[in-house]
Design a protein around this ligand. Structure first.
Ligand SMILES: *[C@@H]1O[C@H](CO)[C@@H](O)[C@H](O)[C@H]1NC(C)=O
Ligand SMILES: *[C@@H]1O[C@H](CO)[C@@H](O)[C@H](O)[C@H]1NC(C)=O
Ligand SMILES: *[C@@H]1O[C@H](CO)[C@@H](O)[C@H](O)[C@H]1NC(C)=O
Length: 396
């Protein structure tokens, strides 16, 4: 069993050697030119990995480069990348000359000329493709925005900005939001290859005027998944979404997304008979501001109701209120409640209403009074023109 196996193995080995010899003979006999050394010039295609080291074999030549009287010379555009070592063309690199496909381009070209007794015989055109290695990370393009302004009225699901990163190795890039960045919740990426960053939560200038988010650009299909990131600051621009607010704010609700104020009730006491006076309210003065502090649109004032007798005037610009015609009998008119409004000059549909209470009080309503009807006292006798009277209370 073992003996036949061995015989068979030997037979195969012999067959292989003779085939190789035939092939070699074919090479040397058909390729010869002149009396020997140089073969017919042919094109040599080879590949080599990017970042390969010095001495790496680029290709092996069929010709015998050691034959006497024959010599070879490398020249052409990229000849310095190669050197000839017997029948091998090897790579010539150094610490500061690294084979970089991105810098060099995908192909190296050189000519290998063959001379017999200094007579040119043939040329081999050498074409070497540099095989790509993933040796570059994505890089955000230089015109990537680092900050931008966005109106608070921007609808959710709108693209707020677009980023673009490139990869020198031409790898496909996907973009994502760093969920640990402070305002990640406001943004989302729907199409990971597009670089489009979409608003996912309403903006509100009144509670947050700027947002910060980190965007990653990562290689999509490589093993290394090289990535880079960029920080983007979004300044929220005030939009006209708030109504005027009378001050001071009567706070109804405040949380991290909203602050809701009610209007104060402005009150004043006026003595009956008084007129043509500026009313001094508490709280006061009457004043309203645009709720959009960033826009701060001018606000005007008007009396809406309650002044059927035409007693009051309000200054449209300042909100100052005057009593023009006074009340002569407070028993008939003890209290005048009015509604006033503050509206935006640029959009009167945006207005707020507040209540004004004008109470009429009697002239000298309260006279000064002593606590008791009668006091007892004594005084120390002496020469002094002034002396203290000590009073005391008699217990009855
Ligand atoms: C190898 O490259 C260096 C730098 O380009 C060059 O100076 C040198 O001559 C090259 N060596 C060969 C054998 O071509
Ligand atoms: C970025 O690269 C690092 C290191 O390779 C990796 O740990 C991380 O998960 C990558 N991040 C993203 C967003 O791909
Ligand atoms: C008006 O007078 C009443 C008492 O007469 C007092 O309670 C009230 O605080 C006064 N209001 C103002 C705005 O001064």
């Amino acid at each position: 069993m073992a003996a036949t196996q061995l015989k068979w193995d030997l037979f195969l080995a012999k067959a292989l050697v003779s085939t190789l010899l035939v092939l070699l003979c074919l090479h040397t006999s058909t390729g010869m030119s002149g009396w020997g050394g140089c073969l017919d010039g042919q094109d040599v295609f080879a590949t080599i990995r990017e970042n390969s080291h010095w001495g790496e074999v680029v290709t092996e030549l069929m010709a015998d480069t050691r034959m006497e009287g024959v010599h070879w010379r490398l020249d052409g555009k990229d000849a310095a990348w190669f050197f000839l070592d017997e029948r091998y063309i090897r790579l010539n690199t150094s610490a500061d000359k690294i084979l970089d496909r991105e810098a060099q381009g995908p192909f190296l070209k050189a000519d290998l000329s063959c001379y017999e007794e200094d007579t040119f015989q043939s040329v081999y055109r050498i074409m070497v493709e540099i095989l790509n290695e993933n040796d570059n990370s994505p890089v955000f393009s230089t015109n990537t925005v680092h900050s931008l302004s966005v109106s608070e009225l921007t609808p959710v699901n709108t693209v707020v900005f677009t980023v673009l990163a490139t990869d020198a190795d031409n790898d496909k890039i996907i973009y994502s939001i760093d969920q640990t960045s402070p305002d990640a919740e406001y943004f989302k990426v729907v199409l990971p290859n597009s670089g489009e960053v979409i608003l996912s939560k309403p903006l509100d200038y009144e509670t947050k005027t700027s947002l910060s988010v980190t965007i990653h650009a990562s290689e999509m299909t490589t093993a290394e998944r090289y990535n880079t990131s960029t920080n983007i600051t979004i300044f929220v621009l005030d939009g006209d979404d708030q109504y005027p607010q009378f001050l001071p704010c009567m706070l109804l609700l405040q949380n991290e997304t909203s602050r809701i104020c009610a209007s104060p009730v402005y009150a004043v006491n006026v003595t009956e008979g008084e007129e043509d006076i500026v009313l001094d309210f508490f709280p006061g003065p009457i004043h309203a501001v645009d709720g959009d502090r960033g826009l701060n649109s001018p606000v005007s004032y008007a009396i809406v109701s309650g002044d059927d007798d035409g007693r009051f005037l309000i200054d449209r610009e300042t909100g100052e209120m005057r009593l023009v015609h006074g009340v002569m009998d407070r028993l008939l008119t003890p209290l005048v409640p009015l509604q006033i409004m503050a509206y935006q000059d640029d959009d009167p549909r945006k207005y707020s209403v507040a209540t004004v209470l004008v109470r009429f009080v009697a002239v000298n309503q309260f006279l000064p009074e002593f606590e008791m009807a009668e006091y007892q006292g004594f005084v120390t006798g002496g020469k002094s023109p002034v002396s203290l009277v000590n009073t005391y209370v008699l217990k009855c």
